[in-house]
Write a protein that binds this ligand. Structure first.
Ligand SMILES: NC(=O)C[C@H](N)C(=O)O
Length: 582
């Protein structure tokens, strides 16, 4: 079976490794290894710490990290004879020599590799140690393992002298056995899935990406600012906001409890009255007695209904009267507007923050809670913002290659890091799509000037026409947010998207409308409350500055870096429609 057949047969997905690219369609990206190789390559080198031939000691603990042993240039062999204490979780364990000793592969999360630990039966109860997932602390001496059987690539192993703090595992209920598990299966165990090599690798790459983003932007003089999570503004104007109910819960609960108790009491009265009526009827009581009893019952029922109605009203009333900020607030969809305010005082700033979108889209590219890097640059036009985005991305990709991926053959990343990104105006892009249609290409979504590009259009442009990362800029103003700067043609705005093969839109940004009158005119045109945005208008009113910026979806960047298919697998605890359960 040739390699491409392996890919096409979805062999990788069957054994639990996510499918990577659409291999048959993306010619130039063909030689990419499947993600597990990529991740393995990444994690085997996820060690940015300076390599040295001595153990890297922590400033606050005498526990030795496995990374500091295995990342030695000689694989740790030179440390033979050192006494150490390590702690970690058993990846695999096997008793040998008829139960006289056991080998444990122990991982402590500091790197992807495991340290082989040899435990003699005289040291500990081996049956309690060998189950996958067991937590152990081992005191012992580092030794060069006998070459030959059972030693694999290990240049060093730990001979246990004492094993303590054993956290046992019952293999019959432990959901992360050592067999290959699909990423989809692991989604049900977000609290345990980081015990797998793939999820831990993704977490390390995520960490590395964040650090590289900070490095690049700090080197370029950007100030890291923190913008609010609770906001009153809908930056994108799409209405995809989560409303924050800032009711004082304690107060609310107390009031509600009082009502609920009264309602319970009223229900008891209704019950008593109806029983009394039933008794009178059974005893064939006089008509007057029955009428009086019916009246009492009706009165009790009315009282109950009134209480229930008042509780309902009170609930709404309470929600409003206890509104903490005395106005409606939302979870932010983007920190951009606030970042703009800081850029217009401090020059270059950026955020790396969570953002929230109440989109009901069940795709492999959307999350309700995601992270976004949002640089904002004063005195920059759209071109400078695109240049900044390209430089940032290339810095990250080169960093990945140098520090993380150099063992793997990561052509896709190499290509993206070394090739200038394409740049095409929206109008030119539409022409290219129209030409494709004229030549017989079919799209589900209609192609005509004015449409928002659908992902099939974006994919066609990046994967077929340009075969590289592609900026599309100068979009029709009607499909973009109010803050985009209107171009001289009056029809388009200086907005751009960076499209990436397979991932789709990785970055969106543009030049901001800094001209006071134009901004107000556009906001009025779009029916926005000028009142509510006074603060945003103010820094146009006082010392307005040309400025631009962009937002990069952090999880989408992780998707691109790792080649993982689904965005739910690259954030530790994903939130999406129907799921926020821990
Ligand atoms: N900062 C940005 O330009 C990102 C943009 N507001 C978005 O959310 O797509």
């Amino acid at each position: 079976m040739g390699l491409s057949t392996v890919y096409k047969s979805r062999f990788w997905s069957r054994i639990g490794i996510p499918r990577f690219w659409n291999w048959t369609r993306i010619q130039r990206f063909r030689s990419i290894p499947p993600p597990a190789d990529q991740l393995a390559a990444a994690v085997s080198l996820d060690n940015d710490a300076a390599l040295s031939s001595t153990l890297k000691k922590s400033r606050f603990s005498d526990r030795v990290c496995i990374k500091s042993i295995l990342s030695q240039p000689d694989g740790g062999a030179g440390l033979a004879g050192e006494k150490v204490r390590i702690s970690g979780w058993v990846k695999t364990g096997r008793e040998q020599g008829k139960g006289s000793f056991a080998f444990l592969e122990v991982n402590d999360g500091s790197c992807a590799e495991n340290l082989q630990v040899m435990v003699d039966a005289s040291v500990s109860d081996l049956s309690k140690l060998v189950a996958t997932g067991t937590c152990v602390t081992v005191y012992g001496c580092l030794k060069i393992p006998p070459q030959g059987k059972g030693t694999k690539k290990q240049k060093i192993e730990l001979r246990a002298e004492k094993v303590t703090d054993v956290g046992t595992v019952d293999p019959s209920t432990y959901p992360i056995p050592k067999t290959k598990l699909s990423l989809e299966y692991l989604r049900d165990y977000p609290h345990l899935r980081a015990r797998t090599t793939s999820i831990a690798a993704i977490a390390r790459i995520r960490n590395a990406l964040a650090m590289m983003i900070h490095s690049f932007l700090q080197e370029e003089g950007f100030i890291y600012v923190n913008t609010p999570i609770i906001t009153t503004n809908d930056c994108e104007g799409g209405g995809e906001m989560f409303r924050v109910i800032t009711t004082l819960m304690k107060q609310f609960d107390k009031l509600e409890k009082e009502f609920v108790m009264s309602i319970e009491a009223a229900k008891i009265i209704v019950k008593e009255k109806s029983e009394a009526l039933a008794k009178l009827k059974a005893a064939k009581a006089s008509k007057e007695e029955i009428t009086a009893s019916v009246a009492e019952l009706t009165e009790a029922k009315e009282a109950l209904a009134k209480l229930e109605e008042r509780l309902k009203l009170k609930k709404d009333e309470k929600t409003d009267s206890l509104e903490f900020f005395s106005r409606q607030t939302f979870l932010t969809v983007s920190g951009q507007l606030h970042a703009e305010a800081y850029a217009c005082s401090m020059g270059r700033v950026y955020t790396l923050s969570p953002a929230f979108r109440a989109e009901n889209s069940h795709t492999s590219r959307h999350l309700s809670e995601f992270w976004m890097v949002e640089p904002e640059l004063a005195f920059a036009d759209i071109e400078e913002a695109m240049n900044c985005a390209e430089a940032l991305l290339k810095f990250i990709l080169k960093g990945l290659l140098e520090k993380y991926f150099d063992k793997g053959c990561i052509d896709r990343i190499k290509l993206a890091a070394s090739t200038p990104f394409g740049r095409v105006t929206y109008t030119e892009a539409i022409k290219l799509l129209e030409e494709a249609v004229a030549q017989g290409k079919t799209f589900e979504n209609q192609v005509k000037w004015g449409i928002d590009l659908a992902s099939e259009h974006e994919r066609y442009l990046t994967e077929v026409v340009f075969q590289k990362l592609l900026f599309v800029y100068n979009y029709p103003k009607d499909i973009k947010a109010f803050y985009m700067r209107v171009n001289d043609d009056g029809k388009t705005v200086a907005a751009f998207d960076l499209l990436v093969p397979k991932v789709g839109e990785l970055i969106g940004g543009g030049q901001r409308e800094e001209r006071l009158d134009n901004l107000i005119e556009r906001m009025e045109e779009m029916g926005l409350s000028i009142e509510q945005y006074q603060w945003y208008i103010d820094f146009r009113r006082h010392g307005t500055a040309k400025h631009s910026g962009f937002g990069m979806g952090f999880e989408r960047m992780v998707l691109f870096a790792t080649g993982v298919d689904n965005i739910r697998d690259v954030i530790p605890f994903p939130r999406y429609s129907g799921r926020a359960d821990l």
